[in-house]
Design a protein around this ligand. Sequence first.
Ligand SMILES: [Zn+2]
Length: 428
Amino acid sequence: MKLLIQNAKYIASNGEMKQSDILIENGIISKLAPSLTESAERTVDAQGLLVSPGFVDLHVHLREPGGEKKETIATGTMAAARGGFTTVAAMPNTRPVPDTKEQMDWVMDRIKETASVRVLPYASITTRQLGQELTDFAALKEAGAFAFTDDGVGVQSADMMLQAMQKAKEVNMAIVAHCEENTLIHKGCVHDGTFSKQHGLNGIPSICESVQISRDVLLAEASGCHYHVCHISTKESVRTVRDAKRAGIKVTAEVTPHHLLLSENDIPGLDANFKMNPPLRGEDDKKALIEGLLDGTIDFIATDHAPHTAEDKAEGMQLAPFGIVGLETAFPLLYTHFVLKNIITLDQLIAYMTTKPADCFELPFGRIEEGAAADIVLLDLNEEKEINPDEFLSKGKNTPFAGWKCKGWPVLTIASGQIVWEKGRVTA
Ligand SMILES: [Zn+2]
């Protein structure tokens, strides 16, 4: 498909605002120049819109195989497209887990058949994510694994984690860690803080996360492996990562929109749409996360899109599964509450969602340049509307942000040169 975008105002990868026409052919950006007159199958006038590289989300749960009631690769990537994401990395806590070459082959085939946007599948660190034996990293890399993680659970044994990092280093891949020390979870369902005390609920203390990050940065130093911290949520964790970076340890970290936007003080009551892991922490943690993002301790933003059915979430705060959806609300929420409130700039936000995650993992995506993959989202920064979960293309409607009024909505999403989503119309 040959596509021409006219009058594109976009932020180049060096952060500069540029204006140009964009010609897309064979899945790549073939020409960037003013006033292109090429004939194309489709010409889009981007006047009045912001053209951004398609967003990159390195933490999503697509639930397939095994959790198709909650989401599939097809529905999750449609949701990604609607949210402006053109590359997503899929977590391996599925049933079965992609822990063998055969299972990874199945996932790769399924992506090829059903995904609307690029999906980078994680393989697990340990067999069935049980923390007992390492998977075959070389074989899984060969089969297409993006990196290794046991997301959903922490790797409990320090020796197992060290071996994992040594192996990952050998095959030049990253270890991506959900940090949770099992002996400190205390059967918690929310943060161990004022909300848990008010409601008589078991709380998950901050040290449950930070203790494991502290261990892991030292293991990363010992192994020389690229170690990435998932969904960082506490002030102690931020300090630990900051210190580790200063010490020259190869550590990177991500933060979710919900941990930047909400604290335990914002939980309205026993509503499981405010239940996720890690939980919403204290106000001072939220402040430390914003500071950490601004000073470069935290590298980028990832949604931890975690769809569940309404029935799952109806089980209440104690029993409902952890997780909220995020793909279809991330940009409007962050644009409205951080850019429009002058906490971060527009080019910073775009970088946190494009070049920064790409650079951390040496991915050639998230930039508008001649020769780059044609992954592009057109954003209407002036459109204002309420978040309505009924409009989500994700099967999961489990969001704490329903009814929030936001600006900055995607209008059209192009992934690998194909229009994969357009406002008011769904395109295959
Ligand atoms: Zn996790």
